[in-house]
Structure formats: C-alpha cells, structure tokens
Design a protein around this ligand. Sequence first.
Ligand code: NAD
Length: 340
Amino acid sequence: MTIRFGVIGTGAIGREHMRRITQKLLGGEIAAVTDIDLSAARKAVEELGIEARIYPEEELLADRSIDAVIITSWGPAHEASVLAAIAAGKYVFVEKPLATTIEGCERIVQAEEKIGRRMVQVGYMRRYDRGYQALKSVVACGELGSPLMVRCTHRNAAVDERYTTEMAVLDTLVHELDVTRWLVGDDYAEVQAVFPRRTKYAHEALQDPQIFLLRTQTGIVITAEVFVNCRYGYDIQCEIVCEEGTVSLPAEASVEFKHDALHKRAVPQDWKLRFADAYDAELQDFINQVERCNEPQGPSAWDGYLATLAAEACVRAQKSQGWESVTPGISQPKFIAGRV
Ligand code: NAD
C-alpha cells in the first residue's frame, strides 16, 4: 500500500521532504499540498513535477484519501494543524517544534491521549543518525556503567542578523535537548545558562557563544555549547562520560589532505548534508509504521512536549543566569510510559 501524504507548508524543509518522498524513499507519495500562500504550494508541486492536489488546509484534512500529513509550516502554526489533523484521524509527521508554547504541546499530548494511541511523530531526526544510535546502544548495553556527564557541542560557521539569542535555544540547542535525554534515558530537572565572552563575529544583539548546563533527575550533568559563528564549519560533537569509560560520536567520513607538510581533514559546512541520512531514515520509518497501521515509533508528542519544556527553561535561564527548573504540568500518557 502506498501512503498518500498531504503536506502543510512548502518552505525549505517542506520541499525537501516532498522531494525525499517522491525521489528517494519507498512507499509514500505526495498526493496533496497546501501553504498559507497557495502560489508557493503550486510552485513546489510544479518544481517537483508531480500531480498533487493543491487546496486549503481545511479541505486537505477533510480529504479521506489522505492517510497522513507532514506539517512543515512555521513553528507558531504547528499546534493548530496538528490538532486538526488528529481530529481528522490522520497520522502526523510534524517538524520541530511540536508547538511553540508549553500549553500548545500539552493540548496536543492530551488530544492524542483521548484517542489512546500514538498518531504523532516529531522531526527530531538525530535519533535516526547512525552515530547517535551507536552511542545509545553502547550506553544502553551497560558495559561502560552509568552515564555521569555528557559534553555536547553545536557549532555553525555563521548566522545572519535575523538569528537571535533565544534562537540559540529554540532553533539550535533544542536538537541537543531532545537527543541527549533520549541517549541517557533520563529527564531534565534543571538548567542554567552561562555566557562567555562574545565573539567579535556576533552581531550586536546576539550573545554568542552560549553554554548550557542541564541536570537530569538522576543527577547526570550535561554541558552543551552553542557557538553559531565559529567560522570553520558545522561541527556536532557528543561525548558521554560513564563510570567505566567514555563514548563519543564518530568523526564524520570526510576527505583527508596531506599537503605542504600538513595533514588536514575537511569539516562539513552544512547541517542538511550532515544529517541527510537521518532525515531519510526518520521519514522512511514513519512511512513503514503508517503502512502497517502501527503507531509511529520516532520522537513522540510527549518527547516534543519535553523538548519545548526544557527549551523554555533554557530561555528563562538565559535571562536569569541562574538555575531554572523543568517541571511538566501534565503527566506522561500511559501508552507512552517507559519509552524515552
Ligand atoms: P520556511 O520559512 O522556509 O517555510 C515555512 C513555510 O510554511 C512557508 O512556505 C510559509 O508560507 C508556510 N506557512 C506558514 N504558516 C502557515 C500556515 N499557517 N499554514 C500553511 N503554511 C504556512 O521554514 P522552514 O525552514 O522550511 O522550517 C519549517 C519548520 O521546519 C520550522 O518549524 C523549522 O523549525 C523546522 N525545521 C526543522 C529542521 C530540522 O532539522 N528538523 C530543519 C529546518 C527546519
């Protein structure tokens, strides 16, 4: 059976996912497309050369021939589309964030809870990256003992004037917030932000770099550096320090140079390339589960909620420069219990 997708939001990543499903992945087709700007939807369909229907979101969600939706609109629009899609009985793949407010995430978790099964997967694709999966299996097998500390680094070569201090959390750190909690199987209790000396390459209103300390409920301490004007490239690192050893993300496969008495290795420049395989894998898994009428297995609405909750605490910590607690206002749905 081919899964018929409706896409809501045909911007950069929406078009990427449409291309993936049409040209790379198995078992899915883009059958309907919408955008707040319908001419953008039309352009995306024409560029890809597919025969998808183009109509407003309400009609797309009412179309019984659509099995699942991919929500790739702007973050503030996610909540309304996810809730409407759940109400229409569609499976949902929503790009991060699940919703931009804690209350919005809670409403989505509760809407799914009413149905009593998972319908939603959130696009925290790092869980599908082979390096992170290898880290997770080493930690889970217990050979290195319990994790004590995690050190994460998230560096981008440069950002433009539209990038704000808060975006360092909401757009950048949020990936570490999701994947680190998943790696160590523990929830956050409190967070703190520390601001080092600013790089001369940051625009006037931007604090860059930033360091975040996160303490989990069992006491694991995570230090996460966000440095978005590092100049040299896109650099993602993660090391987990356990009682009996350490484990780190593998170095990226990239060409090495030996030239002029130097030995050099190329640094990736682009997050899209770095995680291309993970984007493919997350959507292929979503298609496979929907095809079998299974619940989606990737990051859940509950995971999306906890990522937004931790991000909101980090934004508070940016302002207070003190410890801020991460306290869920609702309980974990029973059908998700035990799955981190
Ligand atoms: P974008 O600005 O390129 O595209 C957003 C599109 O949504 C635009 O075409 C806009 O017209 C449309 N839109 C806005 N409001 C809408 C609404 N109410 N209904 C329908 N369409 C609407 O943005 P983008 O870079 O493609 O990002 C989209 C989402 O994907 C964001 O939430 C972003 O955080 C997320 N994202 C995730 C990753 C990742 O690594 N997982 C990477 C990039 C973007």
